[in-house]
Design a protein around this ligand. Structure first.
Ligand SMILES: Cc1ncc(COP(=O)(O)O)c(C=O)c1O
Length: 395
């Protein structure tokens, strides 16, 4: 099955039990951040060969072909020159989030997290008794550098960003990242940059890794992954890139928890990096069309405010004034539209009132979901008798 041979809703439902758990027949699940496409055949073949050849034992220092493929991709795509000792394979990006906070924070430290953002990036420092300040982004989803600067205190240890952003899709520009880097350097801070969606940027935008900017190589901890764009969320594999001493400490810590991510997974991920640029190019072009269709359909819906996402695979419309809060919006859409979406409140400040819609799915499925959402929201709009009869807004 290639990316062009798209799965039907029934097949997707069967192959993604978590995404469809507890949902009635006919419901479209766009809540979980997961791709509905098959992973590249090269990844499957590499993993099958690894098993047949007996390559499934401990490889304590990381699978060499994975580290080499990551080094090559980092220099080619991210402009980061890293040696093997500066890369740590992890059990998904989640493992990297935990390790970064665990190694760099002590109780009482302060972290600035740019929000809305992926919940673990906001929540994990708190479990280490570190304090978190959320730096809400501007209305257009880009960094509010004045808010970030104002949040810095003598206890601040790091600033966390997610670029491209989950849930807003914002892709930070080189210019704003340079300004963020200037703040980090001036205050001697680390920057934790989650770049899981690095491959998905639309309208010709380029992904910029903050670690590639002058003075940032030693202070950036960058998280990369495969789970989303290569459609392999259950193969728990990702990697962290940071300065050698930080990686050494992370590796020691991980040895006591998981030892290392699967050898077979690392071999599959190496194939993704070495052989599957074509897959990423195809997916990105395809998703740009899906995004355009979804945004066009929702922006014609009264009461909906939506910005075309610049990257990743989420739309994040604001549904206030149609609902009092996003929890009500999620419940309503599940019941009336039979589409499951994700409430925005969980993504921190700036998320409330929004819902996150995952559009990493065949166009036909997203069109069907968007039609159902639009009809349900028009019904809602008419039922509550909103005075403002205007069409929705693109901002
Ligand atoms: C921004 C971000 N970081 C990390 C993760 C965790 O990813 P993984 O499945 O690779 O552990 C996710 C999953 O949704 C995510 O969206």
């Amino acid at each position: 099955m290639s990316l062009t041979e798209k799965l039907t809703l029934e097949e997707i439902r069967r192959k993604r039990p978590s995404k469809y758990a507890g949902l009635e027949e006919g419901v479209i699940s766009l809540g979980l951040a997961e791709s509905d496409f098959e992973m590249p055949k090269e990844v499957k073949e590499a993993m099958i060969s690894a098993i047949l050849e007996g390559r499934y034992h401990y490889e304590m220092d990381g699978v060499v072909e994975f580290l080499e493929a990551a080094m090559d991709k980092l220099s080619r795509f991210n402009g980061i020159s890293a040696g093997k000792e500066e890369i740590l394979p992890t059990v998904g990006a989640m493992n990297g989030i935990w390790l970064a906070y665990r190694i760099l924070l002590k109780p009482g430290d302060h972290v600035i997290v740019v929000t809305p953002s992926y919940p673990a990036l906001i929540g994990r420092p708190k479990s280490l008794q570190a304090e978190v300040t959320e730096a809400k982004v501007r209305k257009d989803g880009h960094l509010d550098l004045a808010v970030i600067e104002k949040a810095v205190s003598s206890r601040t240890r790091m600033i966390t960003i997610c670029n491209p952003n989950n849930p807003t899709g914002t892709v930070y520009t080189k210019d704003e990242l340079e300004q963020l880097a200037e703040i980090a350097i001036r205050h001697d801070l680390y920057v934790l940059s989650d770049e899981l969606y690095e491959n998905l940027t639309y309208d010709g935008r380029k992904h910029v890794s903050i670690a590639s900017l002058p003075g940032m190589r030693e202070r950036a901890i960058t998280l990369f992954g495969f789970t989303k764009t290569y459609g392999m969320s259950g193969l728990r594999i990702g990697y962290v890139v940071a300065e050698r001493e930080i990686i050494r400490k992370m590796k020691d810590e991980n040895t006591g928890i998981v030892i290392h991510p699967g050898t077979v997974e690392q071999i599959g991920a190496a194939a993704a990096l070495k052989k599957c640029d074509y897959y990423i190019d195809f997916l990105k072009n395809y998703l740009e069309k899906v995004r355009n269709r979804l945004v066009a359909m929702l922006s014609e819906t009264p009461g909906v405010t939506i910005s075309p996402p610049e990257g990743a695979f989420f739309a994040f419309p604001n549904l206030i004034p149609l609902f009092e809060n996003d929890k009500d919006a999620v419940e309503y859409l599940l019941k009336e539209a039979r589409v499951l979406v994700h409430g925005g409140s969980g993504f921190g400040e700036g998320g409330a009132g929004h819902v996150r819609i995952n559009f990493c799915s065949p166009l036909e499925i997203i069109e069907e979901a968007a039609n159902r959402i639009r009809s349900a929201l028009i019904k809602r709009h008419d039922a509550i008798g909103l005075k403002n009869k205007s069409l929705g807004n693109i901002v």
